[in-house]
Structures are given as C-alpha cells and as structure tokens.
Design a protein around this ligand. Structure first.
Ligand SMILES: Nc1nc2c(ncn2[C@@H]2O[C@H](COP(=O)(O)OP(=O)(O)OP(=O)(O)O)[C@@H](O)[C@H]2O)c(=O)[nH]1
Ligand SMILES: [Mg+2]
Length: 374
C-alpha cells in the first residue's frame, strides 16, 4: 500500500478507508473511482483517519485479498491502531468474515456503506420500508457467512441439524419473517402510489421523470423548473423519495414532473430490487430527462451506468440528455471536447441549473416538445 494520509484524529473509531483497484474494475480513471468512494463515506457522515490505496492483480475467492495483501493490511492496521476498515468493493459474506478474522478488525464493505446512506436519507414510509427490505436481505447474506462460526461454537462443525445450525436457521427464519412483513407493508404503501398515479393519469397532463447519476443536479433542476424546495445538496443520495410537481411553461400548466432516486456504479442489487416500486414510476413517463453532471470527468461512464440500470429494470422510454453544470467547466480544451462528445447523445441540451437564463435550452425544448404532443 502507498500514500498514507492522516486526515483527522478524533473520538470516533479510528477508521481506514481502503480504496481497492480490483482487476474487474475497467475504469480508465481509478482516482475518480476512489474519489467517489471517499464521497460515499463523507455522505455517510464519516471522516476516515487514513486513506490507503491497494491495487490487486487477482481476487482470492474466499478472502478477496491474497495472502500477501492480507498481511500487508493486517500490519498497517496494527501499526496505526485502526479500529474499523471500510472497503471500496462489495464483498461476499465469507470474504468479509475472512478478512475480519485475519486482521481482528471489523470490516464494512461498499454495499454496507451505501445501505447506511440510504437508511439515513429515507424519509417517507415507502422509502424507509424499501431500505429496510434491502438491509434485511443484506443481513440474511451475512448470516450465511456466520455459519461456520456458529457451528464451531457449538462444536458441531460439519454436522447437519445440530444446535449451531438450528440457531442459524432460527435467525434466518426470523429475518425472512421480517422481510415478509416489510414487503406486505410496502404493498399497502404502493396502493397509495397507484391511487396517486390514477389521479395523475386523469389529469391528462404528460408525465416527465428526472433520472440520472447521484449528485448530477436532478433536484436542483426540479426546483428551478417548478419553484419548489426539494432538498438539493452536494451529497450522494440526497434524494430517495419521489417528489412530483406541476410544471408551468409560460403561464400554462404543461406537465407533471418527478424527481427520483439517483444511481451509482455497482449499486447493490438488493437496493435495485427494493427500489423497483419507486422506479416503476418510470414506466408511466412520457419523457425521461437524463441529467448528467458534465463537469465530472466520468460523465460518459455515468451515462452508461444509468443506461444499464434502465435496461435492468426494463424501462425503455424517450430520453432527453440534459448536460448540466456547464458553468463549472472553464477550461476551453475541455469545453471543446464536451462540445464534440455530447453530439453522440440525441436529443440533448446543455445547461446550468444555477440560473433561469442558463436553464433556457431545457425550458425551450420542453415547450416545443409539449406543443408537438398537443
Ligand atoms: N455549479 C453548479 N452546481 C450545480 C448545478 N446543478 C446542481 N448543482 C449542485 O450540485 C449538487 C447536487 O445537486 P442535487 O440537485 O442535489 O443533485 P441530485 O441529482 O438531486 O442528487 P441526489 O439526490 O443525491 O441523487 C448541489 O450542491 C447543487 O447545488 C449547476 O448547474 N451548476
Ligand atoms: Mg436529489
């Protein structure tokens, strides 16, 4: 490992953020990937004391890190009295447990980190229930990882139906029970959504959804277009709940527009699954505004991530690519490059949500689109 960085010393457990460049990660810009991971940690309200980078040539199937890397990590944690490690990758239950056992420190993987951010950001009953289901499903996989441990404790390693297995089985059943209850609750909450949708349809107004990578500016654009005050901040996953507003263009009510949860690369599958009820809104959209933070050097990769998730949830709707935050790009060479590259995405507009004037390409597009539709 290299480039140790002591950011802060405080009362919280001494935390190491372990940035891993795994062989399956085909990014052209690993530093941007690390930065995003550190932003996830920050969005969860944590300031890591140390940031370490580790490049892996191979993944060990049962411990993720090979023996040499494991020892390197153990030594670092011992030397710096680390009390918890957050890893940039999603680990299997067994990999997490094996690393943790070797270094004698608690490990949190990428999925755990994202689930905690979602838990903090959920406000509505539906949002909270969706996160609860994702967390329970995650807990269930971690329980499987505890199997050997529990069996060893009770001295029945390798025996089926012994006390260890019974305990695990009981825990598993308890979690499954909770998942079932939460899913029932979600179903009744979805009824409310269906009623709202019916009301929307009866209004005969077209329906527009804002989608995109987290922090791209979706809520800021919703606020600017509809004079609302949805929480918009420089934080990953600030929005989890869908907000629908009336969209006026000129002085006429033209459409209904919704903000949605943001996406990220390697979004935990439990979350996609749990958020299908919120994302099902997209099926009813007449137009998707795919918001892109064009000041982020990774914007093309972000579009790919969004397109992959849309394909995964089987949403195929007309898209307007909205390249946002152009005010942040000042380098003329980068501006030229953007100018050239955005042409691949049709139709598109380039905007800044910061002012009414720079938002105009979008409002003009929507006005024309609306006229064409009516
Ligand atoms: N400079 C600049 N900043 C912007 C622009 N649009 C949004 N921002 C900022 O970008 C940050 C994220 O904006 P949000 O609107 O919260 O982004 P979001 O896509 O809703 O993010 P999530 O809800 O977390 O997925 C905020 O700090 C905004 O003020 C823009 O056009 N220019
Ligand atoms: Mg938002």
């Amino acid at each position: 490992m290299a480039k140790t960085q002591n950011i802060e010393t405080s009362l919280h457990p001494k935390t190491l953020a372990l940035c891993i460049w795994a062989p399956y990660n085909r990014t052209k810009n690993i530093e941007a990937y690390y930065e995003e991971f550190l932003n996830l940690i920050k969005s969860n309200g944590i300031e890591p004391d140390f940031v370490e980078k580790m490049k892996l040539r191979e993944i060990h199937p049962v411990s993720f890190l090979t023996a040499g890397k494991l020892e390197e990590l153990r030594k670092f944690c011992e030397d710096h009295e680390i009390e918890e490690v957050i890893v940039s990758e999603a680990l299997s239950a067994q990999q997490e447990k094996n690393i943790s056992d070797y270094i004698h420190i608690e490990i949190f993987d990428r999925t755990h980190l994202i689930l905690e951010i979602f838990e903090k950001a959920a406000h509505s009953g539906e949002g909270k229930t969706q996160v609860e289901i994702a967390m329970l499903k995650y807990a269930k996989t971690r329980l499987a990882g505890k199997g050997i441990h529990l069996a060893q404790q009770s001295g029945v390693f390798g025996l089926r139906g012994g006390p260890g297995e019974t305990l695990k089985e009981r825990e598993r059943r308890h979690i499954e029970d909770q998942i079932r209850k939460a899913e029932q609750k979600l179903k009744s909450l979805q009824k409310v959504r269906t009623t709202q949708r019916k009301q929307r349809l009866s209004s005969n107004l077209p329906y527009i959804c804002l989608i995109g990578y987290t922090n791209a500016g979706k809520s800021t654009i919703l606020n600017a277009l509809t004079k609302s005050d949805v929480l918009a901040e420089d934080k990953l996953f600030a929005t989890l709940d869908t907000t629908t507003r009336e969209l006026y263009l000129g002085n006429t009510k033209r459409a209904l527009i919704s903000d949605t949860v943001g996406f990220i690369q390697q979004l935990p599958p439990q979350l996609i699954e749990a958020f299908k009820s919120t994302l099902s809104e997209l099926e009813f959209a007449d137009l998707l505004l795919l918001i892109i933070d064009v000041s982020d050097s990774e914007w093309e990769n972000h579009i790919k991530v969004v397109q992959e998730i849309l394909a995964d949830i089987e949403v195929d709707k007309p898209i307007l690519y909205v390249f946002n935050k152009i005010d942040k790009v000042t380098d003329p060479i980068v501006l030229d490059d953007i100018d050239f590259k955005v042409d691949k995405y049709k139709p598109h507009v380039v905007i800044s949500a910061k002012s009414k004037e720079t938002l105009k390409p979008l409002t003009n597009y929507l006005t024309k689109w609306r006229k064409k539709a009516s």
